[in-house]
Ligand binder design. Structure first.
Ligand SMILES: C[S@@+](CC[C@H](N)C(=O)[O-])C[C@H]1O[C@@H](n2cnc3c(N)ncnc32)[C@H](O)[C@@H]1O
Length: 261
């Protein structure tokens, strides 16, 4: 399987420099990932290659103009490929692991439009955009990091991109819960040891311990995830035990948002 992305940005170097390193770069070299970067400045007609202008109605900051983005998207569409045009904006739906998995399954090629300044002319949204995504409730100076966050998290789900495909299936969010704790050598450091079960060689026990630690961690840090997670009967039993231990030790009702508590 190969997945590709188009990124529309006035700072192509930001995207290219990240893609030039590490695992995503290896994925590109191995033909599993391709990312094409387009600059709206190449679609301007004036001497200064202007992509922004003052906001109608006044106020601070500049606004990205509609015409260069319209010309660029029209040019991209000439190859007849199915595309999904995504505007990166703090006002969009919040990107998560499930959406990353959906990107891998979707045959439409995503086009990320990276805003800058105060944002883009609203008509870009009206005329060109299929979907709007945010990477979280904070405001950055541009959409480039958001595009890279999404590309990176999707790339590692493409079969063959990680050396061992199991590693992308077994980590935080894959089962709707957080990952278990990891340890490597040495077996002891400054008096801190490694849980004995991990040194036991008993794979069934190791799996059980990992699952339980993942559940414990999720209950402690993100109990909200448990209501939507894919849980077995044994998981639910273990969580109930954890909840009742907590209630007993605190002597009062817990205020966890996990409804099983
Ligand atoms: C300074 S922001 C503009 C914010 C805009 N005035 C607003 O309040 O919605 C400039 C650009 O950064 C990008 N951006 C900023 N924060 C983002 C976020 N959390 N997720 C995705 N893109 C973001 C968007 O592309 C946005 O057009």
């Amino acid at each position: 399987m190969r997945r590709g992305f188009d990124v529309v940005t006035i700072f192509p170097g930001m995207i290219e420099s990240y893609l030039g390193e590490s695992i995503v770069n290896r994925a590109i070299r191995n033909g599993l990932l391709d990312v094409a970067v387009y600059n709206p400045r190449d679609y301007t007609k004036d001497r200064h290659r202007t992509v922004d202008d003052y906001p109608y109605g006044g106020g601070s900051g500049m606004v990205m103009k509609v015409e260069p983005l319209y010309e660029l998207l029209t040019d991209l569409r000439k190859d007849g490929r199915a595309r999904r045009v995504i505007l990166l904006t703090p006002q969009g739906r919040t990107f998560d692991q499930q959406m990353a998995e959906e990107f891998v399954q979707d045959d439409r090629r995503p086009v990320f439009i990276c805003g800058r300044y105060e944002g883009i002319d609203e008509r870009v949204r009206e005329l060109l955009v299929d979907d709007e995504l945010s990477i979280g409730d904070y405001v950055m100076t541009g959409g480039e990091l958001a595009a890279l966050v999404i590309i990176d998290s999707v790339a590692r789900l493409i079969p063959g991109v990680l050396g061992d495909d199991a590693s992308s299936r077994e980590e935080s969010f894959s089962w709707g819960i957080l990952d278990y704790p990891h340890y490597t050598r040495p077996p002891e450091f400054l008096g801190y040891g490694v849980p004995a079960v991990l040194l036991s060689g008993n794979h069934a026990e190791i799996m059980r311990w990992r699952r339980r630690e993942a559940l414990r961690r999720t209950l402690e840090r993100r109990p909200d995830l448990l209501d939507r997670a894919r849980l077995t009967e044994e998981d639910t039993r273990f969580l109930r035990e954890l909840c009742s231990d907590r209630t007993k030790s605190s002597g009062e009702d817990t205020d966890e948002s996990y409804k099983g508590c």
